[in-house]
Design a protein around this ligand. Structure first.
Ligand code: HEC
Length: 187
């Protein structure tokens, strides 16, 4: 009898712990940490490697947005999450905002007090908790995202469909979304 009650208790508590660990609040904390890491990484790298007299080459890119891309890949592979950058004024066409993302961008652009949004999305038949944060332009970003005719040569050559220029400090550059799978969300 005692054994049975004990077993039931273990199962009930075990399930509760499992479910609690998977609460939206837990997912949010994880997503916030990842989004913040990427946003501040890019900002810090740009500040570190771009000085007024720096000659901007592809090597500089590899130390800033290139390094960020690598870190994003590393996190997604290690943590089993998806991370996406999206912009209406994009550089890499893979980051072109979908109509839904364009709406989120318009919202962030209009309301500077809006710091984040969260919802759920379905991708390839799987459900995800999605956390989205805006990315703003800083002085150091202008070396590559500033005036159209001042863009470094490698960017003009490599990105024929580039739209990510003519930004001003403080403007919305794009968004980052972290998507965490919802267990049991498979269809
Ligand atoms: C040395 C040049 C360089 C600097 C400085 C730079 N970027 Fe970029 N950025 C690029 C390039 C090139 C890409 C396209 C990368 C790719 O092919 O995916 C890019 C892509 C991005 C993207 C992904 C969306 C898109 O348009 O494809 C974001 C967001 C972004 N940059 C924001 C910033 C911000 C914010 C700063 C400043 C903190 C910054 N960048 C500084 C060169 C730069």
């Amino acid at each position: 009898m005692f054994n049975k009650i004990f077993t039931v208790l273990v199962v009930v508590i075990g399930t509760a712990v499992f479910v609690l660990a998977d609460e939206p609040a837990d997912k949010k904390a994880k997503a916030v940490a990842m989004a913040d890491e990427i946003i501040s990484m890019r900002s810090n790298l740009a500040k570190t490697f771009i000085k007024p007299d720096t000659e901007i080459t592809e090597e500089t890119f590899k130390k800033v947005c290139g390094a960020v891309g690598k870190r994003v890949k590393e996190i997604t592979e290690k943590e089993g999450v998806k991370i996406r950058h999206a912009a209406t004024k994009y550089r890499n066409p893979l980051n072109a905002a979908t109509p839904e993302e364009a709406e989120a961008l318009a919202q962030f652009s209009k309301d500077k007090k809006l710091k984040e949004t969260a919802d759920t999305v379905e991708k390839e038949g799987k459900k995800y908790y999605r956390y989205t944060k805006p990315i703003f332009v800083e002085e150091a970003c202008l070396a590559c995202h500033g005036a159209k005719d001042k863009r470094p040569k490698f960017i003009i050559e490599k990105y024929s469909d580039d739209k990510a220029y003519d930004f001003k400090v403080g403007e919305l550059r794009g968004v980052i979304s972290v998507m965490i799978p919802i267990e049991g969300g498979e269809k």
